[in-house]
Design a protein around this ligand. Structure first.
Ligand code: ADP
Ligand code: MG
Length: 697
């Protein structure tokens, strides 16, 4: 392996040394390369920085100035305020940090400071910074002067131990030589760069740290984003290659014994979207390549029936098929639905959950091993020790994001190398799916079955709650059922939110004393929860008060109205999942939000009311909440750290990166060719730990 110059420990850079290198280590910076890729978190230039003299009361402003005097004052009400006078070439202003006297220790006379905040009036103009950065500790005016020459100020992520100005100083001393060393790590030649309209790596990092313009920053970011996405996709492509070729898969033979009968017996036609994904799935299954596919479809798009066809193909070919669901309730529901459809075909369905008695379990395990059981539905119980299949050919995992990577793969880890189909009911934007599941092939069911009436979504302020209750009562009068959803289980004295327990008390005793009201939340044991849910499914319980535990997959066609309290507390995707619980039949259904939203929350709720397309909502959610949050929710053990890529705007790069990575691995799976060597080396720098996984296997 070549030794890249940038592999050297950061400690040996000018101005770093042992103690600073330890502090940098705690920020995840160990090598010279780590430092070079430690990009600024904000950029300011003449277009964002204002002359102090020009600041207007009531506005938001960013200034750069030198600290001329400082001190802590106390008000009559004993509030301690740190104040500092900042000066630039145009004038002076007092900056005040109410309640933050400790800032006195952070700012010294002569420091050059960048401060952002609102301009107020207290005995004259005053800036109250939300954020400030010490740019330099030199005490001269050069920084302020650079402004007029179109200079761009960068602010780095810093820490308590190692401040902004120290990091800036380290870059001032080392940037040039670091940039010199990065040149040897370029793996794209000039024609490729041109094709991709990307900067060279050296230029890109120069633009990151010392841009001439903000547009240049963006160009640099795109190049670094491409690298991130490309290497991640190479990793995925390797995993995919291993999954699909090293273990040769099964070529399922279709004899139409069951598939045609099921198709004829269905009371509806498959949608175009369903037909399209089935073609993709059947294509995979009948090829000798092992299937590794992620099926996405909006709530209600009909994934269950699609997976049933896939399972039947396996059965026709003489194999067993298993469907794993994240909860017992969902597993039971699937067993019921599938059981009804399979009965006329003479196929018995087996259900294995943690609830089965030892004796039942023994019998089921015997039929799995003996091969009498062809179609099996279950929970995690399916992947426990002692579960042995006679000839498992297809594994379907429903609501796959609720499982960890290991669990998801456990069923497929047998010698038979069964085909794998993961299903996800939480639509995620295509870009995110590609970034997270790049080792899978992606099938998306477009559109919903025809004739489905969109759920009417209404917004009522809390003071009109009684009108909403009247509406709910009129649905019950028609023999329908209702959900009432709360963000919390218990009362919380900290925040003014309604809770499920409180709501249950009020609804069952005061508002609907003559109706049967049930309560379900995550603190119930699974038996208690099942009991409540069964009563709602059977129609005995008319109103179900709930927290988000009902979010996943519950299908009660007779429920036509849902009330959501404090909807501003839920993410858009979550709201979408909740709303998907009603409107499952052909009658008009309602989702009533009870809220008085303001600001950001109002924006979100407006989007939610306007569209019922889960993919659009997911995209908005990604835009509003940012990818960090999204990854957190989606990944469970998959953690592509994307520092530069922005999935809301880099879809084109992602497509390109995946395409290039897959062709590379297809042509040269072991990355043995001389041209692939730079990629191998750089992959090692980024993903040493993951690569061990590959070589070990
Ligand atoms: P999801 O994709 O959310 O899991 P389901 O598979 O539970 O959705 O399907 C939702 C409902 O739509 C079910 O009652 C199912 O029988 C019905 N359904 C599925 N496909 C069609 C279709 N092509 N036409 C009409 N109804 C369908
Ligand atoms: Mg489903």
């Amino acid at each position: 392996m070549t030794y890249f110059k940038l592999n050297k420990p950061v400690q040996f850079l000018k101005g770093v040394g042992p103690s600073r290198s330890e502090a940098l280590g705690r920020m995840g910076i160990f090598t010279a390369r780590d430092l070079l890729y430690h990009g600024p978190r904000r950029y300011d230039d003449a277009s964002t920085i204002q002359a102090i003299e020009s600041l207007e009361v009531g506005s938001e402003a960013t200034v750069v100035g030198t600290v001329r005097s400082r001190g802590v004052i106390s008000t009559k009400s004993r509030l301690r305020i740190f104040q500092a006078v900042l000066q630039d070439q145009s004038g002076m202003i007092t900056c005040a940090w109410p309640g933050q006297p400790w800032i006195e220790r952070k700012l010294q006379d002569g420091d050059v400071v960048l401060a952002t905040g609102s301009v107020k009036f207290f005995h004259g103009r005053q800036l109250q910074p939300r954020e400030f950065v010490v740019l330099g500790r030199s005490g001269n005016h050069t920084k302020a002067k650079e402004l007029s020459t179109g200079h761009i100020f960068v602010s780095y992520p810093a820490s308590e131990e190692i401040q902004q100005w120290v990091i800036r100083g380290v870059f001032e001393k080392n940037l040039e030589s670091l940039l010199g060393s990065i040149a040897e790590e370029e793996y794209l030649d000039s024609s490729q760069l041109k094709q991709l309209t990307l900067l060279g790596i050296q230029e890109a990092l120069q633009a990151l740290h010392k841009p001439d313009s903000l547009e240049q920053v963006e160009q640099g970011r795109r190049r670094l984003a491409f690298d991130e996405l490309f290497f991640l996709q190479v990793l995925y492509a390797m995993g995919r290659h291993r999954q699909t070729t090293l273990n040769t898969g099964i070529s399922f033979q279709r004899d139409n014994k069951f598939i045609a009968s099921l198709h004829d017996a269905l009371p509806f036609d498959l949608t175009e979207g369903q037909v399209k994904v089935l073609r993709e799935i059947f294509g995979d299954m009948s090829s000798p390549r092992r299937m590794n596919r992620l099926l996405q479809g909006d709530v209600g798009s009909g994934k269950t029936i699609v997976c049933l066809f896939a399972m039947l193909l396996a059965v026709e070919g003489g194999y067993q098929a298993a469907l794993m669901a994240p909860t017992e309730l969902l597993a039971e529901q699937h067993a019921n639905t599938l059981g009804r459809l399979l009965e006329p075909l003479g196929i018995e369905i087996y259900l294995l959950t943690g609830k089965k008695s030892d004796k039942e379990r023994r019998i089921i395990l015997q039929s799995l091993k003996g091969g009498q059981a062809r179609v099996i539905v279950g929970t995690h119980a399916l992947i426990q020790k002692g579960v042995v299949f006679e000839k498992l050919g297809l594994v379907v995992v429903d609501e796959q994001h609720r499982f960890g990577v290991k669990q998801r793969m456990a069923l497929g880890d047998s010698e038979l190398a069964p085909d794998t189909l993961l299903m996800s009911a939480t639509p995620i934007p295509r870009s995110l799916a590609m970034a997270l599941y790049g080792d899978f092939d992606l099938s998306i069911i477009d559109g919903l079955p025809v004739g489905r009436k969109p759920v009417k979504t209404l917004l009522y302020p809390p003071r009109k709650r009684n009108e909403v209750y009247k509406k709910l009562e009129s649905e019950l009068m028609e023999g329908r059922q209702a959900y009432v959803v709360y963000p919390l289980i218990d009362d919380s004295d900290k925040i003014d939110l309604r809770s499920a327990k409180e709501g249950y008390e009020k609804l069952s005793k005061e508002v609907f004393p003559n109706r049967k009201v049930g309560l379900v939340h995550g603190q119930l044991s699974s038996e208690e929860r099942d009991e409540v849910m069964q009563s709602f499914i059977s129609g005995e319980t008319e109103i179900l008060v709930a927290t988000t535990v009902i979010e996943v997959g519950i299908d009660v066609g007779n429920a036509t109205i849902m009330l959501i309290e404090n909807p501003e507390r839920f993410g858009l995707s979550q709201l979408h999942q909740l709303r998907g619980r009603v409107g499952r039949g052909s009658t008009e259904s309602y989702c009533v939000l009870i809220a008085d939203p303001e600001g950001m929350a109002a924006e979100r709720i407006e989007i939610f009311m306007k569209t019922s397309d889960g993919f659009i909502l997911a995209k908005e959610d990604l835009r509003i909440r940012g990818q960090g949050d999204f990854f957190g929710q989606q990944q469970h053990g998959r953690d592509p750290v994307l520092k530069f890529a922005d999935l809301t705007k880099d879809e084109d790069l992602l497509v390109e990166a995946q395409h290039r990575a897959r062709s590379l691995i297809e042509i040269d799976p072991g990355l043995k060719s001389p041209e692939a060597q730079p990629v191998v080396e750089l992959l090692g720098c980024r993903y040493a730990d993951r690569l061990e996984l590959f070589s070990a296997g």
